[in-house]
Design a protein around this ligand. Structure first.
Ligand SMILES: Cc1cc2nc3c(=O)[nH]c(=O)nc-3n(C[C@H](O)[C@H](O)[C@H](O)COP(=O)(O)OP(=O)(O)OC[C@H]3O[C@@H](n4cnc5c(N)ncnc54)[C@H](O)[C@@H]3O)c2cc1C
Length: 460
């Protein structure tokens, strides 16, 4: 048993824990900090495998370059040169309707002439400025919001697939306010999403004129040459002495002005501040000895299961040109898969010459069963669904499955209430902090933002 004293202890070495370590070091290099990771490797859900010339991302495959803080972090880590911007064809996205891939139109005139929705659905979208106002005092679901503003067909065919693609979620269970606060603000500030979009497009145009920035308001999908894991390797390189892997925190007890953390191997550590950068259900186990209220709130944030299934094929075996980002599948189409990303069309060197890579998602909050399928059943299901959409003549030359049983936190109706309770209890306890994708946003950008915020709170 060893006893160490730290200013700050970080538990969890995914992107959230690692970026918290980085920002703390930037703010005050004299702090005595240690990051403990349970696994023998860093990265959490971020990982890249290189198999037979295919480069396969385990979980996240990129981030949107709209968040200056993420780009600053990359710059400070010294790996800006390794950034890889998605190919230009990434704006060709597809949605399945009536069994056919329909291009997602990128402008209002294109929308009106597209086949993405039947004409009645497209006309209903145009009625958006005349939508009913939001019912007062409720945490409206994403589905209800979209149905109210642009109609049921758009909710089913445009928004539900997007929600399952990003959140692995079901649109009528998720809170608009917690998942897409910007939509709610647009409605509040402009009374209409259309008016807000026009105003924002004008602002963006003016800004672009000033800065010459290439990224649109939504940002551009970006990764690193060779896959997303490069960023984790760089954290490891820069902060090796401050990190211990293979160290699972077992319990935390609160003392008068400090926290005492015990690890599975018997190591004991005392720290003034403790940052929990683990999934919520792991953080709940750790805090339960000093705050059952905190543990309860943490346990009330549910997760959806998701499997990422990477399949490699000979290019000649695929009938579709795969000229774009990939496609999403609305629930109404009655297929098992949520969507598929054409990884080798998006980034360079993700498949050997003459081969392609599909990265297909299956599961989500609407399907808690697929995660339990055997490897053979999963692959068969995906081959069947992909074949019906893009036409496949041969068998995959490579298959790799990444299962995430508790994959993506769900910001359900009432999430904002949970967060208020959590914040109140954190304040009452003092010197314990939460970061990760389960609180204010699920993306890598959101994780980094949350870690930046708490690093500043600690060093202010
Ligand atoms: C399949 C999938 C695809 C995604 N795709 C994208 C994407 O393309 N773009 C995007 O922006 N976001 C994406 N996300 C969301 C988000 O980016 C990731 O969830 C993000 O990597 C989460 O990072 P994290 O550090 O908060 O948590 P994690 O990556 O889960 O890391 C938590 C770490 O804590 C460790 N830990 C747990 N318990 C203990 C303990 N007791 N002691 C010590 N350590 C412990 C774990 O081992 C783990 O390493 C995706 C998520 C999933 C699951």
């Amino acid at each position: 048993m060893t006893e160490n004293k730290y200013d700050v202890l970080i538990i969890g070495g995914g992107i959230s824990g690692l970026s918290a370590l980085h920002f703390l070091k930037q703010n005050d290099s004299s702090l005595k900090i240690k990051l403990y990771e349970a696994d023998t490797r860093l990265g959490g859900t971020i990982g890249t495998d290189n198999i037979e010339g295919f480069s396969l991302d385990w979980g996240p495959n990129g981030f949107l370059d709209r968040e200056p803080l993420t780009l600053e972090l990359v710059e400070q880590l010294g790996i800006t040169d390794s950034l890889e911007r998605a190919n230009d064809n990434v704006s060709n996205r597809f949605i399945l309707r009536a069994g056919k891939l329909r291009p997602v139109p990128m402008s209002p005139p294109k929308f009106m002439t597209s086949s993405i929705l039947p004409i009645s659905g497209r006309l209903r979208v145009m009625m958006e400025p005349f939508a009913k106002t939001r019912p007062e005092g409720i945490d409206e679901s994403i589905y209800d919001f979209v149905k109210r503003r642009i109609g049921v067909q758009a909710a089913d065919y445009l928004v539900q697939p997007m929600v399952s693609g990003v959140y692995g979620g079901v649109a009528d269970r998720l809170s608009l306010q917690s998942c897409f606060p910007i939509m709610r603000e647009m409605e509040d500030d402009y009374g209409s999403l259309f008016k807000a979009m026009i105003a924002k497009a004008k602002q963006a145009k003016a800004k672009k004129k000033k800065s010459g920035s290439p990224s649109g308001p939504g940002g551009w999908l970006t990764s690193f040459k060779g896959g997303l894991y490069s960023v984790i390797e760089q954290f490891q390189k820069n902060y090796n002495d401050d990190i211990s892997c293979g160290m699972r925190a077992k319990s935390i007890t609160k003392q008068e002005n400090s926290y005492h953390v015990t690890f599975e191997d018997g190591t004991e550590v005392t720290t003034k501040h403790v940052i929990l950068a683990t999934p919520t259900y792991k953080a709940a186990d750790l805090v339960t000895s000093f705050s059952t209220s905190l543990a309860q709130s943490l346990n009330s944030i549910p997760y959806a299961p998701i499997s990422v299934v990477c399949l490699g094929y000979k290019k000649d075996d695929i009938q579709h040109k795969l000229d774009g980002f990939g496609f999403l599948v609305p629930k109404k189409e009655n297929l098992k898969i949520l969507g598929s990303i054409w990884t080798s069309s998006i980034f360079e060197n993700r498949a050997p010459d003459g081969m392609v890579q599909f990265r297909t998602m299956i599961g989500g909050d609407g399907d808690h069963e697929s995660i339990n399928l055997s490897d053979a059943e999963l692959i068969k299901t995906i081959e069947h669904d992909l074949d019906s959409i893009v036409g496949i003549n041969g068998k995959p030359v490579l298959t790799k499955i990444y299962r995430w049983a508790k994959g993506i936190p769900q910001f359900k109706i009432g999430h904002a209430e949970i967060m208020l309770k959590l914040e109140k209890e954190l304040k009452r306890q003092g010197n314990v902090y939460l970061t990760g994708n389960a609180y204010y946003g699920i993306s890598l950008n959101d994780c980094i933002k949350q870690s930046f915020k708490i690093a500043n709170q600690i060093t202010q």
